[in-house]
Every structure is written in C-alpha cells, then in structure tokens.
Write a protein that binds this ligand. Structure first.
Ligand code: ATP
Ligand code: MG
Length: 319
C-alpha cells in the first residue's frame, strides 16, 4: 500500500510523543508569527520543551516577536552544511524550555531548495529532541509552504475576519489537500486527475475534492479509499485572530462547516484571539504581549488555545 505524505516524512522518527505543530494562513499580516511566538512561549511556560521554527521564507521575523536580535545561526547554515546538526542552529530565547530555529531567508524558496534538501530538513526537524516543534510557515500557498503544513500533527490555520483572509485560508486548505492527495498516489492517470482538479476551471467538472474522489472511485476504488483516508487524516484547526465581535467569533464555526460541505474535511475550531491594543503595542516595543500584558484578554485566550491544542480539544458550538 502506498505511504501517505506524513508517513513518508515520519520514517525514522522516534517512538517518543513528539508533536509538530504548524501555524499557517493564506495571507500576510494576520498574526501567524504572533500566534506562533505566543503559543510557543505559553507551551514552554506549561513545562513543554519547545522549538519554534521560523520557516517564513520571505520575511523571517519570529525573533522580533520574541524580542530577540537577528539570530546568528539559521537553517541556511544547516542546509549549506556549515553546521552539522540542526541542534547547533538553535537560538536560546531566554525563556526556559523555548528555543528558536531561524529561517533561511531566500534559501527555501521554491526555486532554491531541492526536494531532497527539504526532506532532509523536515526529517531533522521531526527528530529534534523536544516535546513540541512549532513551525511558523509564513504566508502563501507554494508547495514548500504546504509541505510544512502537511507534515504537521497539528495544523493551525489562522484567519482574520476579513473576506480576503477567509478566501485565502480556504484556498490554502484546498491546495494542501490536493497536494496531499497527489503525493498519496503513484498512479499516473489518477495524478493527472488530481492535477486537473487543482485548476478551478477544469473541463472535467471537478469543482471540489469530493467530486474528485467520486471520479476516482469509478476508475480506481482502491485509490479512492486511500484518498478518503488521507482526507480523514487531514484535520486543519482554525484560529480566528483579531476578533472584535460575536459575529467575528462565529466565523470559525462557519469555516468548519464550509470545509465539511465543500472539501469533505473534518476541520475544527481551535479558538479565537481578540484584537487588543496591548498586543500591537507590545509588538511595537519588540516585546511579546504574553510577557508584557499577561492579564490581557488576548493572553488569556492564547493560554486557553495552548491548553486545548495540547489536549486535542476544540471549541464547541456554544462559542
Ligand atoms: N490580536 C491582535 N490584536 C492586535 N494586534 C494584532 C493582533 N494580531 C496581530 N496584530 C498586529 O498585526 C501585526 C502583524 O502580525 P504578525 O507579524 O504576527 O502577522 P503575520 O501573519 O506573521 O505576517 P507576515 O505574513 O507578514 O509574516 C502584529 O505586529 C500586530 O501589530
Ligand atoms: Mg509572520
């Protein structure tokens, strides 16, 4: 039987309970780095050993969110073999249990990183001796970004209550799902069907992944069953950031329902974070609001989010 993407990339991982979390979103400036930094900070406070990875390829700035100067060592040193191990590239953050793996600037862009290099990095990330690796994967829907999302045990999808962010978030998940399905099969004909489905205006009338699986079913039931398993295993968790009203909070539930209806996916609503002045004011001072404004509503919401994600819980319909 063909291996799934996550199975392929987890070859060699230790039996220990190590989790990879990723924080993505189809759009820039929606709080992905802030949420990654604050979740990492909070998990460390809860006694977890955490590495936050800045995989934002265009504009690595997770260090700034954590109040740190530009790190001297980055993933680029590892990829170009100036450093032998990924551990050597880690930067201490000053918070016990929390270390940073800084991004590699342009190195990881689609044009530059070779597939094997990427697989090597992903395997080493998975092998880090910590409890949680939390990856800020940056904006966009390129393959390199989606692959970070796809290898994660917990895939957090950040949106803000704006139509463009919601559309991009939805597109991000759809793109990730197609990539996952494409990687799951070696059958050329089926791969071509997945590629056709990726084009929203394809002439085969494949508008959604559900259409695609139905079509594959007719020709290749075994692969259709594999696709259903892949879809079952892909469970993005939405975080709605910068909420200002009850209506904004409800967007998370609407997204979960839309994923079920249009993509056949069991997404969940992990939580929300209010828009608060304390958050951006701390960011301007190059400080994290978790440390500077621990009594703020946003800090309380991040604490709840970290707790729930760790336990695998999500928000019920009551919220
Ligand atoms: N909940 C919030 N309340 C107030 N301000 C916020 C909140 N979330 C984010 N911001 C503001 O938005 C800015 C951008 O956030 P951040 O850098 O985390 O976004 P990003 O999605 O990582 O962006 P990029 O795609 O450019 O990396 C923050 O510096 C902060 O000023
Ligand atoms: Mg960012």
């Amino acid at each position: 039987m063909a291996l799934t993407v996550s199975e392929t990339l987890s070859v060699g991982s230790a039996a220990k309970q190590r989790q990879i979390w990723s924080v993505g979103g189809g759009k820039g400036g929606i709080g992905k780095s802030l949420i990654s930094a604050s979740l990492g900070w909070q998990l460390a406070r809860m006694g977890q050993r955490v590495v936050v990875v800045d995989a934002d390829l265009g504009g690595a700035n997770l260090h700034t969110c954590l109040g740190l100067p530009v790190p001297a060592r980055t993933l680029a040193d590892f990829i170009q073999r100036r450093l032998d191990t990924l551990e050597e590239t880690l930067t201490e953050t000053g918070v016990p249990g929390l270390r940073l793996l800084s991004g590699a600037g342009d190195l990881l862009t689609a044009a530059n990183i070779k597939h094997l290099q990427k697989v090597r990095v992903l395997k080493k990330i998975r092998a880090l001796d910590v409890d949680v690796v939390l990856i800020d994967i940056g904006a966009g829907t390129s393959f390199n970004i989606l692959d970070f999302f796809l290898i994660s045990d917990v895939s957090v999808l950040t949106v803000v209550p704006e139509p463009s962010s919601i559309e991009n978030g939805y597109r991000f998940i759809k793109g990730g799902l197609y990539r996952r399905l494409r990687a799951a099969t070696k059958h050329e004909g089926t791969r071509r069907l997945v590629e056709a489905a990726m084009d929203p205006k394809n002439e085969l009338g494949l508008r959604t992944p559900v259409d695609l699986v139905r079509r594959v079913e007719a020709e290749d039931p075994e692969t259709a069953a594999l696709f259903r398993r892949e879809m079952g295993a892909f469970q993005p968790r939405f975080v709605v950031n910068e909420v200002r009203s009850e209506r904004d909070v409800a967007i998370g539930h609407q997204l979960v329902a839309a994923c079920k209806r249009h993509l056949g996916l069991s997404a969940s609503y992990a939580g929300f974070v209010h828009f608060e002045d304390a958050v951006w004011q701390a960011a301007r001072r190059r400080r994290l609001f978790m440390a500077d404004a621990p009594t703020s509503r946003a800090a309380e919401e991040i604490r709840r989010l970290a707790r729930d994600l760790l336990k695998g819980e999500s928000l019920g319909a009551g919220y």
